[in-house]
Design a protein around this ligand. Sequence first.
Ligand code: F3S
Length: 401
Amino acid sequence: MIMFLTKDQEEMLSGMKGEAIAKSMELIVKIGDVYNAKQLIPITNAQVAGVSYLTVGESIFSYFELLSKDAVKVKVPTWLNPAGMDMKKWKEMKISEDFAEKQLRIVNFYEGLGINPTLTCAPYLIGHTPSQGDHLAWSESSAVSIANSFYGARTNREGAPSSLASAITGLTANYGLHITENRNPRILVDVRTKLESFSDYSALGYWYGQKFHGSVPYFVNIQSLNINEAKMLAAALAASGSVALYHVKDLTPESKSIDTENVEEKIEFTESNKNEIYNHFNQINEGPDLVVIGCPHASHEDVKLISGILQSRQMKDGIEFWIFTSSKTKAAIDADSLLTNLESRGIKIYADTCMVVSPSVSENFQNIITNSTKAAHYLSKAKTTMVNLLPLDSIMKEVTE
Ligand code: F3S
């Protein structure tokens, strides 16, 4: 299929508007061709991954050189995914000078393109919420799923280069989840067990993703779906099954207009399925040395919850407790005194990064507890770390007295 390009788009592609714009257009058109897109469509905003030096490595700098030639800027509001370190507290995280210097260069370069250095995988928690029907180019997998599912916006899971190309051109190819028919569910999941904690939502997502890679689910019998529950479900579905959209009966915006007559399969998620996932991530034989919370990045409410549980308890000695969030959420936590309260109890709150994209966690800890299957999934891939998955309540009981 030949893609239709407007005159302006043809000029962008031909190099008339500079090499950086031409290279960006080339990439978007190439992707569109692969997926038989008929046209390019404008996007409202973009979220760019490829920020942590741990994940992008040296090769990012030659790409930056190419973009630097034209002093190009992004065309739409654009936000950045987490970096490989807390931009202020990197020394405390035992990040090397060399890593920090390269990480700073990467973030500075993106800022120079006009990108807002939010350094979070949850831009929707700090005011950047998409609207239903918006076309976006987001690249962090849990954020993509939240945008599609919880807000009813439309985005494929972009790679780091393609989200940047879309930010620079303001365009994406019209295929995949931008098209209404591709948003229909294929599997109906009757949730026959109670989802009582964030990690239960995470277990449901992880279980489904393992079984039905890439297929849109329609969940029934879920009683509540606030943003904190939704982000755990989204991250898990994406981590185990690259699922970028889910519907929940009566609770997600597109669910009401969905006809479930034509789903390919109907299945149940039971208590024993839920336990399978907790058992799968039950790897630690000795006491934990680190608790990590904030995958996806913790919200203000997540932190309040932890602070509330700690009111009547003390942290046990010898266990580090780290919460990952955005710098904006951290500032809000600071403003209402939660930060001082938590820090005085030995809890560390790091901004701009996370347990997976920073080398700090896997290089310095062996036995880790978390309430997120996504964090557990990636941390358990590192040969040096073992992980337990537990609900937040149980974690707090285990690490406090
Ligand atoms: Fe976010 Fe890192 Fe988890 S980017 S979704 S906290 S792996």
